[in-house]
Design a protein around this ligand. Sequence first.
Ligand code: HPA
Length: 276
Amino acid sequence: MDKLYDKLSEAAVSVRSRMPVEPEIAVILGSGLGALTEELVNPIAIPYEEIPHFPVSTVSGHAGRLVFGTLHDKRVMMMEGRPHFYEGYTMRQIGFPVFLMKFLGVKSLLITNACGGINTDFSPGTLMILSDFINLVSDNPLIGVNDDRIGPRFPDMTEPYHRKLIDLAEEVADRLGVSYTKGIYAGFQGPYYETAAEIRSIGLMGADAVGMSTVPETIAANYTGIECFAVACITNMATGIQMVKHSHERVLETARRASVDLSRWISALIGAMPAQ
Ligand code: HPA
């Protein structure tokens, strides 16, 4: 696997020398959903560009940070900012942070994202637990020579989102009074918003929502044996379902509004997860 193991080892040595404690839970924060890092107790942030081999954004100038700390006495690491395929990263690079989580001792990964709704029962602001995914990109982080020390050549993907984490998240949402739905997420390459014909065909495939992230990270997590859970914020209805043109600003604004409930939910879920 093109020296991936060596690169991960080097990155892990560098991060371990600075992180306060070994994280048990990792969280990837999607667009407009970054506020959760403010809840971390004794946070230590490491900019991505200071981590060897870590994918650093060449696009926005916002490289992102790994933030370590505790939340409800759980040892947590959060990714503020994530690489996307449409930025020109290889899928291997997109998988790198998740592979690194495994090297750092992470057992569970919680992913958030902003995406478009296809299921007409949804509306902007709906929170959707991912029950499964459809990968619309004919690439993924596992393509290439396999290194069995990181994961198996042919990983199982029967249950990409961990049943126990889904059940626990539902219990927590009910307790908090957070409303949510469940559905299938299709991962589109972007960066353009899909055409109406694409949305019709993606809907026929069985997807309830469509976005430009999450699928590669889910694949990477399952490959390494990290338990995965993901929740999507429907920031807009997909092309042809909503009759107005897309606006990134509106996406961010809806995500920010929904992030109040989403952050409460993820925080309480972390509190309810068994210590590892
Ligand atoms: N499509 C793809 N990705 C998105 C969308 C969408 O409609 N909204 C937010 N991310």
